[in-house]
Design a protein around this ligand. Structure first.
Ligand SMILES: [Zn+2]
Length: 110
């Protein structure tokens, strides 16, 4: 960290500052740090993964229901599918909150 001169008011400011603390001139645009990038991609990747899980779960459940012979098996498959979907949605929402919060917390600040 070193000091540079503000191009607007000529006062010395830190080179890590995004904005001049004296006149408010924007020195450089705030950038997402490496952790911010990781969390942002984690958020996107998580949503893609959950979507894929939901789709593959749906096709798997449809197959299971089609091969079920007895009523009890059909009911079991339906309950299992319902619970499975509730679990997927629960994990999805929870994961979105966690990864979303991390992405927001690591957002560039001015
Ligand atoms: Zn300034």
């Amino acid at each position: 960290m070193s000091l540079i001169k503000c191009p607007e008011c000529n006062k010395e400011i830190s080179d890590s500052a995004f904005k001049c603390p004296h006149c408010g001139k924007v020195i450089k645009k705030a950038k997402r740090g490496i952790m911010g990038k990781i969390f942002l991609w984690l958020f996107y990747g998580f949503n893609i993964l959950m979507l894929w899980w939901m789709i593959s779960g749906m096709s798997g459940a449809a197959k299971e229901a089609a091969t079920a012979v007895s009523e009890a098996e059909k009911a079991g498959a339906a309950i299992g599918t319902g619970l499975g979907f509730m679990m997927i949605i629960f994990i999805w929402v929870l994961g979105d909150i966690i990864t979303g919060l991390l992405a927001i917390m690591t957002r560039p600040k001015n």
